[in-house]
Design a protein around this ligand. Structure first.
Ligand SMILES: Cc1ncc(COP(=O)(O)O)c(C=O)c1O
Length: 386
């Protein structure tokens, strides 16, 4: 297969691409509010994370062939595959929340070895929490659902975490984790938030804002016009949106959320104008995006900020992973990392979407490669086409 055929496969008509225009979108000043992500919490996260061993900004790569194909000025790809040696942006969030929590417990007189953090995960967040716990010297209990691969489980165990596999989907693993944490006095480090549980998810998102800050620095004087933000519970998207919004203010570019049609809780929520549950009956290949419930803190930031919400079916995942792999220089893009490019290509081939999203020859588009080969077996299998 040539490069072009991979792109053609990702543009195929049988791919289901849903676009929702956000009625609540308002071009307003950045709400620098204490209960959301604000300038102070973003600066604090950067000060801490930039001092971690191994910290270095991840690359912002140009994809000139995609820019030419779509007839836009520039397409840039934030490549998180090398983040802190953990292979995904998630390295920033969970580990930062653990550091914050341990600091707080130690200040209250706890012995760090007696602190236990617990989380439910599809894999990448758990790896970050496990790594952060090892860095901080506390214990970690990680709950995974029945579809999480053995490779992802092993990666978390390698950082010394106890991994507990439950029967059922992500929501079941989260419910079990919450119940056990409450019964045992463990500290829950969940990346989603609900009524009354906001501090930790907000700290996780503050960790993610380091990515947005790096992107702004890397772009210099060039202003983005569009960004595709992959969505599971919305933490990553809010973590990138907040620094962009703080930087661009009322000139904030079009932000387009992108998720799987098999777990499109954001598209449904944006359409309904309020958080709406999505009942996941089938797992998307983009495992990190498989979440049926929006994070409330993320929702508060994203609802006014998103111009559009998109959902896409799985058929573009394998061709685009191969396209990234085969291009020169090669990019290691895991399953979730294809979502933004798939959204861009699908929007491009549908004139009505292209116009409604205001794309033109001057557009500067950001895609986020949220992970590399976080599941090496699956990555190798998809790339080889077996
Ligand atoms: C690789 C990858 N991309 C994107 C996401 C989505 O992030 P969030 O759940 O914060 O919306 C995740 C979440 O686990 C992920 O692992």
């Amino acid at each position: 297969m040539t490069d072009h055929s991979h792109i053609a496969a990702a543009e195929a008509d049988h791919i289901n691409a849903r676009v929702v225009s956000n009625r609540a979108h308002a071009r307003q000043a950045f709400p620098d509010a204490p209960h959301l992500l604000n300038n102070a919490s973003m600066n604090r996260a950067f000060d801490t994370i930039s001092k971690w061993p191994g910290y270095t900004p991840t690359p912002l790569l140009d994809l000139p062939e995609i820019a030419a194909h779509c007839g836009v000025a520039r397409v840039v790809y934030k490549d998180e595959s090398t983040r802190l040696g953990l292979g995904a942006f998630k390295a920033l969030g969970g580990a930062y929340a653990v550091a914050d929590l341990v600091r707080e417990q130690v200040a209250k007189g706890a012995n760090v070895g007696e602190v236990t953090v617990a989380t439910a995960t599809d894999g990448n967040h758990g790896r970050s929490v496990a790594w952060g716990a090892q860095l901080a010297g506390c214990n970690a209990k990680i709950y995974i659902h029945e579809h999480v691969s053995r490779a992802r489980e092993a990666a978390m165990q390698a950082y010394g975490a106890e991994v507990i596999r439950v029967h059922g989907n992500y929501e079941v693993s989260l419910a079990d984790c919450r119940a056990d944490a409450e019964a045992n006095g463990w500290h829950l480090v969940s990346d989603t938030s609900w009524e009354g549980y906001v501090d930790v998810p907000r700290a996780i998102m503050a960790g993610y804002t380091v990515m947005g800050r790096e992107i702004i620095d890397q772009l210099g004087a060039e202003a983005l016009t569009h960004a595709f933000l992959p969505i599971g519970v919305g933490g990553l998207a809010a973590g990138v949106a907040a620094p962009l919004w703080a930087h661009m203010g009322t000139q904030l570019c079009n932000l387009i959320s992108i998720e799987s049609t098999m777990s499109c809780c954001f598209a449904d929520s944006i359409e309904a104008g309020r958080p709406t549950l999505f009942d996941i009956t089938e797992e998307t290949l983009m495992a990190g995006l498989s979440c049926g419930e929006v994070s409330l803190v993320a929702w508060e930031i994203l609802q006014p900020a998103l111009s559009h919400s998109m959902a896409i079916s799985d058929e573009a995942v394998a061709p685009l992973m191969r396209w990234f792999h085969e291009r020169s220089p090669s990019i290691e893009a895991g399953e979730c990392s294809t979502s933004g490019l798939a959204g861009l290509l699908q929007a491009h081939k549908t004139p009505q979407h292209w116009q409604s999203m205001d794309f033109d020859a001057n557009s500067v588009v950001l895609l986020i490669g949220t992970e590399g080969a976080t599941d090496p077996d699956l990555y190798a299998k998809i790339i080889s086409g077996d």
